[in-house]
Design a protein around this ligand. Structure first.
Ligand code: HEM
Length: 449
């Protein structure tokens, strides 16, 4: 068996070991290590032994083929105060029961029924935009995606709560990006300024989510949505306690908007950098929609738009790494990985691997054309994870991204405005550090091509 290589890492990080979050550029460092040390390598952070997997087969091994040998890693467990025992963090039989209960809300026909909400809410937002205006489009995408998921799954309007949700989320993301998840649990309990901020933000989100559940419960509304199904399961003694209900609603509300919003934000950024792609997109939208609102019936014809979204998620995967812990000693690609090890698989690194993508840094939606796609292994592209814990909202998100993009790109051309530089902030998701400030030019039919 070949010994694993341990990267030298940023020297002198003392007790932090050589954990990349100690670096100002963890994405760059991971990429550099992966190119230097190959398909699997080892490093240490505090007392944790971390194995980085950089081969699609190894990723498939962990997420699919041998998934029983692994559980979700610390990065998510650290967020248990927020997500509780919701679908994202739960494990075992309890996870499976919840997945079965929630899955019907994500069946194909159900998802298609959300299409009208997605387009109507986007049009409502765009109605307030003006030619020549400069906007932080990331903020717009965050608000929009939150409103959409709340309406689609829970039939509630969250316009009044959306800014409070966003402030609380920003706090988590900021603390997450500073490596709070690496602290031993005991240190997270101390009354430090960061810990107090974290707890305040968590309490705020609790209030909002419990309020939302209460609102629905007290108006006794019967609607064919997920919240109704969850409330019913609770009334019928389906084993859902109040706290579990809160955990599921919180998980779906947060996981269901942050990632989609981030993917749309980066899509706008890339379109602004690649005018030829934007032109191609515009010409598809003109040909298929000719100025009318898109609907789910148009999806089979918006193939280029779909490729734009797919390619943007390759370059800027909203979930940029997946973490697991090994439950027992195992072997991956001929290497021994001990029980209790942490395994990291990064979409950011894999999606830019020149072994699988020609000119990996370039935004080329047509690389996904059937017949032209390089015959890459399945897990060379895994924005939604894989195996039993694959993203439950993948089709929801993919449809939302295409419909939102089509609705807005028909009306406005978007260019990056002079402002703070656009930078990635690799926290739990891949956020733009200072937002994305853009200048809007209203499209007059045929005037901008
Ligand atoms: C572009 C958008 C999205 C991306 C990139 C994304 C990515 C992911 C990834 C990578 C995972 C797997 C995490 C792991 O294995 O550790 C996941 C799980 C999950 N996602 Fe998404 N997601 C997106 C949109 C959504 C939406 C719209 C929803 C809900 C409306 C959602 C809800 C969830 C839930 C509940 C899980 C946990 C599933 C389980 O373990 O059973 N996501 N997502």
């Amino acid at each position: 068996m070949t010994p694993l290589v341990r990267p030298p890492g940023p020297r002198n990080r003392g007790i932090i070991g050589n954990f990349p979050l100690g670096s100002s550029d963890p994405l760059g460092l991971y990429t550099q290590w992966a190119r230097q040390y190959g398909d699997i390598f080892y490093y240490r952070a505090f007392f944790r032994h971390i194995y980085f997997l950089n081969h699609p087969d190894f990723i498939e091994h962990v997420l699919v083929t041998n998934h029983q040998s692994f559980i979700k890693g610390e990065a998510l467990q650290f967020n248990r105060r927020i997500f509780g025992n919701g679908l994202l963090t739960n494990e075992g039989d309890s996870w499976l029961r919840q997945r079965h209960l929630i899955q019907p809300a994500f069946h194909r026909e159900r998802i298609e029924s959300y299409g009208n909400t997605m387009v109507a809410y986007t049009e409502r937002m765009v109605a307030g935009w003006h030619d020549g205006e400069v906007r932080d489009i990331h903020l717009d995408m965050m608000r929009l995606a939150l409103e959409i998921v709340a309406k689609a799954l829970f039939n509630v309007e969250v316009s009044a709560e959306r800014d409070r949700i966003s402030v609380a989320l920003n706090t988590f993301m900021e603390l997450g990006s500073r490596g709070r998840m690496l602290l031993p649990p005991i240190l997270r309990l101390l009354p430090t300024a960061d810990n107090l901020r974290y707890r305040r933000a968590a309490r705020q989100l609790d209030d909002i989510v419990y309020g939302l559940i209460q609102r629905r419960r007290s108006n006794g509304e019967i609607a064919d949505d997920l919240l109704y199904a969850l409330l019913q399961a609770q009334d019928e003694g389906g084993g859902i306690e109040d706290e579990q209900l809160r955990d599921e609603v919180m998980t779906l509300l947060l996981a269901g908007h942050e990632t989609t919003a981030v993917s749309l934000s980066w899509t706008w950024y890339l379109l602004a950098q690649y005018p030829e792609v934007e032109r191609e997109l515009w010409s598809e939208l003109r040909a298929v929609l000719n100025g009318r609102s898109p609907g789910t019936q148009d999806l089979p014809h918006l193939r280029y738009t779909e490729r734009v979204v797919k390619e943007a998620m390759r370059l800027y995967p909203p979930a940029w790494a997946i973490v697991r812990n090994s439950l027992k000693d195992c072997e991956i690609g001929g290497y021994r990985v001990p029980a209790g090890a942490t395994l990291v698989m990064s979409q950011w690194v894999m999606h830019r691997d020149p072994r699988y993508y020609d000119q990996p840094e370039r935004f080329r939606p047509d690389r996904w054309l059937e017949g032209r796609a390089k015959a890459a292994p399945k897990f060379a592209y895994f924005p939604f994870g894989g195996g039993p814990r694959t993203c439950i909202g993948a089709s929801f998100a993919a449809m939302e991204a295409v419909l939102v993009l089509a609705t807005i790109a028909q009306r406005y051309q978007i260019r990056i405005a002079p402002h703070d530089p656009v930078e990635v902030l690799p926290t739990i998701t891949l956020r733009p550090r200072h937002g994305i400030h853009v200048a809007l030019t209203q499209r007059v039919e045929n005037a901008i091509a």
